[in-house]
Design a protein around this ligand. Structure first.
Ligand code: HEM
Length: 141
């Protein structure tokens, strides 16, 4: 769970994420692939509009941060895709680094906004990693 203040900050950034989300995620993939080239092959079959999908997901997350059950279906789909493409828990800090750097570059927000996104990312990552763990277990069972 995120504290109230963090939720409010994240929610207040939703309009900005809607407006600049694609710029953020385009930049995030550039950073990810140049800093962590080992992640490139995970995306070898990814659709052209992957950056749009990620932007939509981040926007939906920010807008629904106070009612995450609205995102259950979207989260399930992400987890399925991640397991299909062999995304592992150790990849999450790399995406976090790239995403937070991209948010910083594109939005240049106050530190408290960056701190809120840092916490919010960890929460979503935990939810995804947990579901993906189950799906990997079902696959090998
Ligand atoms: C909180 C973090 C993350 C979010 C919100 C997120 C979001 C998404 C979304 C929305 C999709 C598209 C699902 C669809 O097709 O509808 C996706 C697919 C994917 N994500 Fe993530 N993701 C996250 C973390 C990661 C990490 C850590 C990696 C590994 C570097 C990763 C790699 C991929 C790959 C490889 C795909 C599939 C691309 C394809 O269709 O081939 N994601 N993710």
């Amino acid at each position: 769970m995120l504290d109230q203040k963090t939720q409010e900050i994240i929610k207040s950034t939703a309009p900005l994420i809607k407006e600049k989300g694609e710029q953020i995620t385009t930049r995030m993939y550039e950073i990810l692939f140049s800093k962590y080239p080992e992640t490139k092959e995970l995306f070898k079959n990814a659709p052209q509009d992957q950056y749009k999908r990620l932007a939509n997901a981040i926007f939906a997350y920010s807008a629904n941060i106070d009612r995450l059950d609205a995102l259950n279906e979207a989260i399930e789909r992400m987890a399925q895709k991640h397991v299909e493409t062999n995304v592992k828990p150790e990849h999450y800090p790399l995406v976090k680094d790239a995403l937070l750097t991209a948010i910083k570059e594109v939005l240049n927000p106050p530190q408290e906004v960056l701190d809120a996104w840092d916490k919010a990312y960890d929460l979503l990552a935990d939810v995804l990693i947990e579901r993906e763990k189950q799906l990997y277990m079902e696959k090998t069972a």
